[in-house]
Write a protein that binds this ligand. Structure first.
Ligand code: OAD
Length: 233
């Protein structure tokens, strides 16, 4: 008997859209309202830390009010019931996968729930309202920052993600526009080892041509259906 397939899932802002959290690149999205270089780069933080902290405080407040949707719940079910490996990688900084019941979530772009010391790299749970100049509980330097991977910084957990991709039998990308690397290149790595690739997105992502199976609809519909298919074998 063949062993159960190893699955790698990549999620993006689209999976949280139906929970009321805005995406980045859709019409009226976050990057239409804020300049990336102001709020999502180390240079922007150096120029105006208050603006950056305010931006992520607003995101954190919104995420705290949000509830997971059927797509988050379905992925938690897959993690609980599938007999093979299920590696859940998210570009999202919200905690809706965790609220939806997922235990092991790889936050490659960081997390709103976490604070990072820019001096000693200590991490601790962020307060709902972070303040500029808060002291690090480990080294006492006033060098707190949001634990978010900004443009120009290296995403977290890449070794673990690449190891999972090298063993993938199925790769699924959900609610991501395929604009930001290295995440947008994961489908290529999965194809390279012969994995079956599926995209679940409202509209075709930038890298849609690399997917075997494309399901264009709301994540709350496509993801529970896909999970049911995978669990049925
Ligand atoms: P984007 O805003 O670029 O893309 C979101 C995708 O979700 C779009 O392709 C939409 O069509 C799709 N979408 C919207 N609503 C949906 C729904 N209900 N169901 C399914 N799909 C839906 O967001 P990401 O691809 O996640 O990084 O962006 C990647 C990274 O760019 C983010 O992690 C962030 C951003 O800059 C940093 O801030 C470092």
């Amino acid at each position: 008997m063949m062993s159960a397939p190893s699955i790698v899932i990549l999620t993006g802002a689209g999976i949280s859209a139906e929970s009321g959290l805005g995406t980045f690149r859709d019409e009226g999205g976050l990057w239409a309202q804020h300049r990336i270089e102001d709020v999502a780069t180390p240079e922007g933080f150096a120029r105006n830390p208050q603006r950056v902290v305010d931006f992520y405080n607003a995101r954190r407040a919104q995420a705290a009010e949000a509830s997971p949707n059927a797509a988050h719940a379905a992925l938690a079910r897959l993690q609980a019931e599938h007999l093979g490996d299920v590696t859940l990688v998210t570009q999202n900084v919200d905690d809706l996968h965790e609220k939806g019941g997922s235990g092991d979530v790889i936050h490659m772009h960081g997390a709103l729930a976490s604070a990072l010391c820019a001096a000693c790299e200590h991490r601790w749970p962020a307060r709902l309202e972070m303040s500029v100049g808060e002291e690090c509980p480990a080294c006492a330097a006033p060098t707190i920052r949001p634990d978010i991977v900004w443009f120009g910084e290296i995403p977290y957990h890449m070794e673990r993600i690449e190891r999972a991709l090298a063993n993938a039998d199925i790769f699924a990308a959900i609610g991501t526009s395929g604009n930001v690397y290295p995440a947008a290149g994961f489908v290529q790595m999965a194809r390279h080892v012969g994995a079956e690739t599926v995209e679940m997105n409202l509209e075709p992502g930038e890298n849609v041509g690399l997917f075997d199976d494309i399901r264009e609809s709301k994540a709350s519909e496509t993801v529970p259906n896909w999970v049911a298919e995978v669990l049925a074998g």
